[in-house]
Design a protein around this ligand. Structure first.
Ligand code: ATP
Ligand code: MG
Length: 384
């Protein structure tokens, strides 16, 4: 008897100690379940220490592939034929009757065998036997087609393709972080990279309604809907920023405004993080990309935060960020023109070397903290 099913391999979590492995593994299995449920796919999941198996109807194969490609912690997967035998004759018969059309006579091929457990034959024996049944030329170094056969004790798995996963760690395994998301190109990519290292992302977006439309919020929601393929459940805080910006605009000279906006955002983010028991913030900043992202300004902005601010894109060029944004499908939404908090309030010549003391003196004078408290009171939470 055979049935096609997905065989899922995971890499890095294997390197962990036994209890950590178990925890990461459970999170991974749970994430796979949630993503399949989210897409309303009927499935059966079974698991051994080394592999996870998913059975589903043929109609769901393509959809399931797309889902598995984006689940962090999976290094690769294959759609396999499963045989409940390790008998060399039975395996050979099966391959001969089911994989005959897979390799055309004019094509080159290789049989790749791995074996675990005790058998009456070697991997080489099995490869040669099957190779001899196929009417085409063998090429082990650069074949046009490959058939993989994994024999594990008294079972065999046969497949023709190893589909790459995104690797990384299962989302949730590294704890929670607060991602400042703007709707631009960079912050969704920063979010993706933190998910990749196993973080569960909680989001924070500052909007300038009613000075601007609701579009920046809608745009952020659209981006988050795309990011759900990496993290099935998403929580976002929307904080109104228009009052703070107006206030800074009317009381502070233009060149310092951007730094004050940023420090204000960071202080508010710290408060939200505290209430969520989150221990780090994340931004999409890249060194030198814009004037607020010089080392001097990053220093001054950092001083507004008790929590570490992680910047996964710090060493990335814009081109590299764009490539990733396209890969994760957020690029087209991000580039849509939309007046956001920053485009609207950015002065022509912002300071690139702000002094911390100067900035702190301004903040004390204008009593910005009262405005920040008001903004927090008007904050809205949404589950996406
Ligand atoms: P992005 O492409 O992510 O908008 P950017 O290159 O436009 O980044 P800035 O506008 O200087 O850079 O913003 C730097 C970072 O500050 C952003 O990546 C994001 O993490 C955060 N940020 C900026 N604006 C907002 C906002 N309105 N709400 C939440 N976070 C924001
Ligand atoms: Mg921006």
């Amino acid at each position: 008897m055979n049935e096609k099913m997905f065989l899922i391999r995971y890499g890095e979590i294997f390197l962990k100690s036994k209890p950590v492995f178990k925890m990461f593994y459970n999170i991974l299995v749970n994430n796979i379940r949630e993503q399949l449920n989210r897409e309303k796919i009927d499935y059966q999941l079974s698991a051994t220490r080394e592999r996870i198996f998913i059975k589903t109807e043929k109609d769901n194969f393509e959809k399931t592939k797309e889902i598995l490609k984006n689940i962090f912690g999976i290094t690769s997967f294959s759609l396999v034929d499963y045989l409940e035998t390790s008998d060399i004759e039975k395996i050979a018969d099966f391959v001969q009757s089911n994989y005959q059309n897979f390799i055309k006579p004019e094509e080159t091929f290789a049989i790749r065998v791995t074996r675990q457990g005790k058998h009456t034959y070697s991997s080489q024996d099995l490869a040669s036997k099957i190779g001899g049944l196929i009417n085409a030329k063998v090429d082990l170094s650069n074949p046009q087609k490959e058939i993989f056969i994994d024999v594990r004790n008294d079972q065999a798995f046969i497949y023709t393709e190893i589909i790459k996963g995104r690797g990384g760690l299962p989302v949730g395994a590294s704890g929670k972080i607060l991602v400042l998301i703007s709707g631009g190109i960079d912050s969704p990519v920063a979010s993706f990279l933190m998910n990749k290292r196993g973080c569960e992302n909680i989001f924070l977006h500052f909007h300038s309604f009613p000075i601007t439309s609701h579009r920046s919020q809608e745009k952020t929601r659209e981006i988050l809907n795309i990011l759900k393929k990496f993290q099935p459940r998403i929580k976002i805080y929307f904080v109104p920023f228009a009052d703070i910006q107006n206030y800074i605009k009317t009381t502070v000279e233009p060149k310092y405004r951007i730094i004050l906006y940023r420090r204000s955002m960071i202080r508010i983010a710290n408060k939200i993080a505290q209430s969520e028991k989150i221990k780090a913030l994340v931004t999409g900043e890249a060194l030198g990309q814009v004037s607020s992202q010089t080392l001097d300004n990053i220093y001054v902005i950092n001083q507004a935060s008790c929590l570490p601010i992680l910047r996964p894109l710090i060493g990335f060029d814009k081109e590299e960020i764009i490539k990733l944004a396209k890969d994760i499908d957020t690029y087209n939404i991000s580039i849509e023109q939309c007046e956001d908090t920053c485009t609207l309030f950015t002065p022509k010549h912002p300071a690139t070397q702000a002094e911390l003391e100067t900035i702190q003196a301004i903040e004390n004078k204008i009593k910005i903290s009262a405005k920040e408290k008001q903004a927090l009171l008007k904050m809205e939470k949404e589950i996406i």
